[in-house]
Design a binder for this molecule. Structure first.
Ligand SMILES: [Ca+2]
Length: 235
């Protein structure tokens, strides 16, 4: 009888132990899975959404700032008669100190460099890749009221005359003031060779400056720019 009671107790204890382990296993597995799913999903989704939102918001602002023009261009100008400028104003191109002349894009060869702009000869030219910047200093401060430039030998064939530019003045060579900003110059500059075109500087832009900068952005016909002469005028 004692043996039967002992056996029954042993079976009961064994049954309780098995039941307990099974319960622990179930609970453990379920808890771990649930915790894992919750932890994984939420933070990743938030991070991705935040990153995407930041990138989308930032990109247009940067692009707008980089492409915003420094000043508003003039309305398209009527053709100004070059001969009337020559006859009514004083040509002060001879005040340009040629030793101060600088240009940031080399001509295509040594016969096509920027000094050719100031030799009085439309058969010689400055011809280079866009976009060049030309700077020079006059021997004394001068209030310009007009300037002119001339097409070169093969503008009729290739359309290399400047299409968009800004002409600046400065008292110190560091702080620049816009004298004239021209876009769509092909409305007045034709596809002709060796021809001068004059441009007026508006009265409210005129001032006594000794440093000048001519920055070209576009040519009419492609990626090559050329000009044969550059002149400055005062009243
Ligand atoms: Ca020339």
């Amino acid at each position: 009888m004692k043996k039967l009671i002992s056996l029954a107790l042993a079976l009961l204890v064994a049954a309780l132990l098995i039941s307990s382990c099974a319960q622990d296993d179930d609970n453990g597995t379920a808890d771990t899975t649930a915790a894992s799913d919750t932890t994984a999903a939420t933070p990743n989704e938030e991070t991705t959404a935040a990153t995407t939102e930041a990138e989308t918001t930032a990109a247009p602002e940067t692009t707008a700032a980089e492409t915003e023009p420094e000043t508003e261009p003039n309305p398209p100008e009527d053709l100004i008669d070059y001969e009337s400028i020559v006859n009514s104003k004083t040509d002060v191109t001879n005040l340009i100190d040629l030793d101060s002349l600088e240009w940031d894009v080399d001509g295509f060869n040594e016969q096509e460099e920027a000094p050719n702009l100031f030799d009085g000869d439309t058969e010689t030219k400055y011809c280079c890749s866009l976009p060049p910047i030309i700077t020079f200093k006059t021997t004394e401060p001068v209030k310009l009221t007009a300037y002119a430039h001339a097409t070169a030998n093969d503008n009729s064939q290739y359309g290399r005359a400047p299409e968009e530019w800004i002409f600046y003045g400065s008292t110190d060579g560091e702080n620049w003031v816009v004298l004239d900003y021209v876009q769509e110059a092909s409305q007045v500059i034709e596809r002709v060779d060796f021809t001068y075109y004059a441009f007026l500087i508006d009265e409210d832009k005129q001032g006594e400056y000794q440093y000048y900068k001519f920055e070209v952005f576009e040519a009419e016909g492609g990626t090559t720019f050329q000009m044969s002469e550059f002149q400055i005028f005062t009243d």
